[in-house]
Design a protein around this ligand. Structure first.
Ligand code: HEC
Length: 159
C-alpha cells in the first residue's frame, strides 16, 4: 500500500514537472494574453485590415471547395467535384496572392500556390474521370498544405 502511494506521488510529481505551471498556485502578475501569445510560436505576418480580409476570404473559399470536393466524393458526383475544386484553382477570381506578393513571405506564397495547384489538379482529375481514389489522394496532399501552413503562420493586423 505504502508503495502504491509513493508510486502515485512520484507519478504526480512527474506530471507536475512535465506540465511546468500545471500544479502550483496560479502565477500572479502575468498578463494572460501575453502568456497566450508566448505559447503561440507561429510566425506573425503583419497585414493591413484589407489585406487580412482578402487572405481570410480566400481561406474560407478554400474550405468551401474542400467541403464541395468531399461531398462530391461521397455522392460520386465528378461534376460537383470539378466545380467545387475549380473555384479555388490558381486562376479563379477569388485568389488574391498575386496582388499581395510584397506583403507575404516567399514560403507562404509557395505553400498557398501549392494549395491552389492541388485544387486545379483535383478539378482536372474529376474532369478526366480519374476516380475517387486518385482524387482522395490529391485532396489529402492538398489538405497537408493547409495544416502545415496553419501550424507555421498567423496573421496580425497593423494598426
Ligand atoms: C500559405 C499558408 C496557408 C495555406 C496553404 C492555407 N492557409 Fe488557411 N490560413 C492561413 C493563415 C495565416 C490564417 C490565419 C490564421 C491566424 O491568424 O490565426 C488562415 C486562416 C484560415 C481560415 C480561417 C478564416 C477566417 O475567416 O478566420 C480557414 C477556414 C482556412 N485558413 C482554411 C484553409 C484551408 C481549407 C486550406 C487548404 C485548402 C488553407 N486554409 C490553406 C494560412 C494558410
Amino acid at each position: 500500500m505504502a508503495q502504491h502511494v509513493s508510486a502515485a506521488a512520484a507519478a504526480l510529481l512527474a506530471m507536475c514537472a512535465l506540465a511546468l505551471d500545471g500544479c502550483g498556485e496560479p502565477q500572479r502578475g502575468v498578463d494572460p494574453q501575453a502568456a497566450g501569445a508566448a505559447r503561440d510560436a507561429r510566425e506573425a505576418i503583419t497585414l493591413s485590415r484589407t489585406e487580412r480580409d482578402l487572405v481570410l476570404g480566400e481561406m474560407r473559399l478554400m474550405l468551401e471547395s474542400t467541403e464541395g470536393v468531399v461531398a462530391g466524393l461521397a455522392a460520386n458526383d465528378m461534376q460537383a467535384i470539378e466545380q467545387a475544386a475549380a473555384r479555388s484553382s490558381p486562376s479563379a477570381p477569388g485568389t488574391v496572392d498575386q496582388a499581395m506578393h510584397g506583403a507575404l513571405p516567399e514560403a507562404f506564397l509557395h505553400s498557398g500556390a501549392a494549395a491552389h495547384g492541388g485544387f486545379a489538379d483535383i478539378a482536372r482529375l474529376a474532369r478526366d474521370g480519374a476516380g475517387a481514389e486518385a482524387i482522395n489522394a490529391r485532396l489529402s496532399q492538398t489538405l497537408h498544405q493547409c495544416t502545415s501552413c496553419h501550424a507555421t503562420y498567423r496573421v496580425e493586423v497593423a494598426d
